[in-house]
Design a binder for this molecule. Structure first.
Ligand code: 5RP
Length: 217
């Protein structure tokens, strides 16, 4: 059986041209991307890179990709990242891997965002996946109550994020209109980030049964 995550990741390496500053997303699909990119780097491809998680930075460095400190970086050329759901509007839910806030920041700094995924992530409309919400610990009960008022049941993850915050995974009986939900979350003090990516994704490499399709927004 073909490994569709790996095939999508390897196809997306074609997006990386010499001289780019590349943002590395997080997750199992991105791990394949890092490995494939590292092979190109070893062959002489000159790029710079930043990472959206400690895990991706560690994997990249171990494979021979130098990682810049994003705190010193204002502009990224291209971010390649996974997704938990992606719909035909290029709306995505991200963050099952817990890196949603850094992923959102690096995506906002990036001229182009490319999602890599197997076809299990393609949906007609986002909303069946849990929506991760990163919350400053001080605001835990307050934000959970706000999410309940928005129609979500929440479960708190055991581990903290790379930023020292907690994650509430929100499940909605009926998923709200995504832009209304994003606005409500963005306006809630204590919410540091959420997994709704509505404007960021420019293109996607999606693999199904060994065949990779490139989708452009
Ligand atoms: C991490 C993410 C991941 O990109 C997303 O969860 C997809 O992961 P995977 O490639 O392992 O299926 O958003 O925060």
């Amino acid at each position: 059986m073909p490994n569709d995550k790996r095939l999508a990741a390897e196809a997306a390496v074609a997006e990386v041209t010499p001289g780019l500053l590349v943002g590395l997303g997080t997750g199992s699909t991105v791990a394949y991307f890092i490995d494939a990119l590292a092979a190109r780097v070893r062959d002489g491809l000159a790029i710079r890179a930043v990472a959206t998680s400690l895990a991706s930075a560690e994997r990249a460095r171990a494979a021979g990709i130098a990682i810049d400190d994003f705190a010193d970086v204002a502009h990224v050329d291209l971010i390649v990242d996974g997704a938990d759901e992606l719909d035909p509007h290029f709306y995505a839910i991200k963050g099952a891997g817990g890196a949603l806030l850094r992923e959102k920041i690096v995506a906002a700094a990036s001229a182009r965002m490319v999602v890599i995924a197997d076809s299990s992530k393609q949906v007609a409309a986002i909303g069946a996946a849990k929506l991760p919400v990163e919350v400053i610990p001080f605001a835990r009960a307050f934000v959970a109550a706000r999410l309940a008022a928005l129609g979500a049941a929440t479960i708190q993850r055991d581990s903290l994020t790379d930023n020292g915050n907690l994650i509430l995974d929100a499940r909605f009986a009926t998923f709200p209109e995504p832009r209304d939900l994003a606005r409500a979350l963005d306006a809630t003090p204590g919410v540091m980030g959420h997994g709704l990516f509505l404007d960021e994704v420019d293109a996607a490499y999606v693999a199904q049964g060994g065949v990779v399709t490139r989708l452009e927004r």
